[in-house]
Write a protein that binds this ligand. Structure first.
Ligand code: PLP
Length: 390
């Protein structure tokens, strides 16, 4: 059999290597590798979903987003972010934002076009454009610049040929937020070079220490240059239900709708009802989820500091981005040893792009008891004392 060359890039990636490591290991492990949230949806969301599942008429092809859903998203954006959205032209549902991220480039770039992506980044930011045949240009997110992309570093000739750029703060994996000045520069940059911006706002609700975070679309001119992706996976514990949205520039939204109308038949109607309940219902569940992640973050960071691994405290997201201790030749080597000796699985930074080397990402997807157990195991394994022994 002969297969497509584009599949070569999906070979034995770091995530499959981690899965294999997990399979081989017997006994208890603490898995902090994949960002799969474990906080369930609030009861009113479950009720809306389950009631809608009992209605036989809800099993038809959805084809279009329900008017009620589009209006609910528009209301949510106004209430939560102070951003007005036209329900008919500026909102498109996604079967999870991952689905939209993997497809949208097909509606924007042709083979060989340049797409700017952050480095390190959430992998589909690069994989989606690659599937569309794009040339990637990596925009480093360096520690020295607080992990914020420095737009001034992008060479003029690259900016001139770029068609799309993907950015995302609060950021996975580096867990930082971007200042307003970054977004202002971003809009000006995109206008100057006529580049479509995709801002992924998956973690706007997981912002800690009393801070808050808005929407890219509240910046003047943002809607002229791009769109924002949002997801109900982490905010409302709906990861498995697959609910996301692309909102903003009506031309970009319209092209994506056309593309998707050829690919899927829309979001299962009961899931649309759950999404409506989530974004229009009582929002105290969002504060509870945020508080739970903040507690886990504090427990992990304080715990690791107490055993000699000082890690910058993340401002946001459900991740901790940690420079690996001295004495390891790569982040993967550290991950292997940590898993082997402590049974704690984390993701090597190299899985997120070349600039991720030297780091690991820990996902706060286990409860406090498991996080405390992970710290204890790391301490007892002696992995952190490796350098001292050498
Ligand atoms: C930055 C970012 N965007 C998008 C997603 C995918 O979210 P969804 O569940 O909506 O597909 C994730 C999932 O971890 C993520 O970290």
């Amino acid at each position: 059999m002969k297969f497509a060359r584009r599949m070569d890039r999906f070979g034995e990636g770091v995530f499959s290597a981690l899965a294999q490591m997990k399979e081989k290991k017997s006994g208890d492990i603490v898995d902090l590798s994949i960002g799969a949230p474990n906080i369930p949806p609030a009861p009113h969301i479950l009720k809306a979903l389950s009631e809608a599942c009992l209605v036989p008429e809800n099993y038809v092809y959805a084809i279009y987003d329900q008017k009620e859903l589009l209006e609910a998203v528009s209301l949510w954006y106004m209430r939560r972010y102070g951003v007005s959205l036209n329900p008919e032209t500026e909102i498109c549902s996604l079967l999870g934002s991952q689905e939209g991220l993997s497809h949208i480039a097909l509606s924007i770039v042709d083979e060989g076009d340049t797409v700017l992506v952050p480095d390190p980044c959430y992998p589909v930011f690069a994989d989606g454009p690659s599937l569309a045949g794009a040339e990637l240009y990596y925009m480093p997110q360096r520690r020295g610049n607080h992990y914020i992309i420095d737009l001034k570093e992008i060479p003029e000739e690259v900016a001139k040929r770029a068609k799309l750029m993907i950015v995302s703060y609060p950021n996975n994996p580096t867990a930082v937020m971007a200042p307003d000045s970054f977004y202002e520069e971003l809009v000006a940059f995109a206008k100057r070079y006529d580049i479509i911006v995709l801002h992924d706002n998956a973690y706007s609700e997981l912002v800690f220490d009393g801070k808050t975070c808005g929407s890219f679309l509240r910046f003047p001119g943002a809607r002229e240059v791009g769109v924002e992706f949002n997801s109900l996976s982490k905010t409302y514990g709906l990861a498995g239900a697959r609910i996301g949205f692309c909102v903003g520039n009506c031309e970009v939204v319209s092209k994506l709708k056309t593309l998707k109308s050829n690919m899927d038949y829309g979001m299962f109607l009961p899931i649309q009802k759950a999404a409506i309940a989530a974004v229009t219902g009582d929002q105290s569940c969002v504060a509870q989820t945020r508080a739970a992640y903040e507690k886990r973050r504090d427990l992990l960071c304080k715990g690791l500091a107490s055993i000699g691994w000082e890690i910058p405290k993340p401002e946001a997201t459900m991740f901790v981005w940690a420079p690996i201790p001295d004495g390891f030749e790569s982040s993967f080597a550290f991950v292997e040893e940590l898993f082997d000796k402590a049974g704690v699985l984390v993701t090597p930074g190299s899985a997120f792009g070349p600039s991720g080397e030297g780091y690991v990402r820990m996902a706060l997807v286990q409860d406090e008891e498991a996080i405390a157990a992970a710290v204890k195991r790391i301490d007892e394994s002696g992995v952190l004392k490796r350098k001292a022994r050498q």
